[in-house]
Design a protein around this ligand. Sequence first.
Ligand SMILES: *Cc1c(COP(=O)(O)O)cnc(C)c1O
Length: 360
Amino acid sequence: MKMHNFNAGPSILPREVIEDTAKAVLDFEGKGLSILEISHRAKYFQPVVDEAEALFKELLNIPDGYKVLFLGGGASLEFCMVPYNFLNKKAAYLNTGVWAKKAQKEAKAFGEVVEVASSADKVYNYLPKGYTIPADADYFHITTNNTIYGTELHEDPTSPVPMIADMSSDIFSRPIDVSKYICIYGGAQKNLAPAGVTFVIVKEDALGKVERAIPTMLDYRTHVEGGSMFNTPPVLPIYTALLNLRWIKKQGGVKEMQRRAEERANLLYNKLDNSKIFRPTVADKADRSYMNICFVLKDEYLDRKEELEKEFMAFATERGMVGIKGHRSVGGFRASCYNALPLESVQALVDCITEFEKKF
Ligand SMILES: *Cc1c(COP(=O)(O)O)cnc(C)c1O
């Protein structure tokens, strides 16, 4: 049976990227050695990091003065590295979900944190608007795509202070204006690579401005100077990231990724907006994520919620749908539609919903 991979993360990667990774595990570029058994300082691994950084810069149109880092620790470690490196006195945070809130919590250990707005009052099913960002903040932190709740900022906001963004789950799904940010980071396992590598795009002249001492490994300058090689980087996930970046370029770049993301999202939201039994959790179309599409049973079915959710889950699983269970904090269903997901998989889910509706 054909499997349709809607996993939220780790998640789908292009088949050819997985196949080429498998080849490199057996024999890295004809060297007669596995990529797993070569030194990260070997002369043939350095070009992998160099090309991955060059493709980041090319695909995201990153201006001069920025460095791309490949680190360990996940986005969760960046929640702490960001304030360590950039928060002198005050930082502004937009609370749009659990990840945003976790980032904010870490910052509190380093200075004053202003929560400019929050959508926690409605289980984060919308994006706050009309808030004021304090002009004396060191930075304004946002989470561009809220993986758990299915909201997404489709454009870079305007801010009186430099921005920092967690782009774990929508990096490379649209063009971004990197010049508005001093730092963009994310765990790679949603839309870029297997778990194990964290990407950080950092503006070099924004570093070194805080007064505190920073432990070596948590200081971005260490990794800028070391070219992501201060210590052993996650070699294999970096290689897979490179293969995926080459794939994105070959497909037509981030504009094409954005076109495909919109096409997939329109297909599924259109079905959900007209469904007899389901509704999208995010009502405002402007706030809807193209990456993580969350839906629940309509109110009239809530008395049979548990039974019907189980029934749909089994029905969809029988038809090859994988990973559509909603996050435990939201319930219902979530279809993650990352770059590598073919439109046919979304069509298969739409057909599956249509078929299930016939029972009603
Ligand atoms: C998954 C996710 C994280 C956590 O990433 P880790 O790499 O597991 O630390 C943080 N932020 C967002 C938006 C995510 O989707």
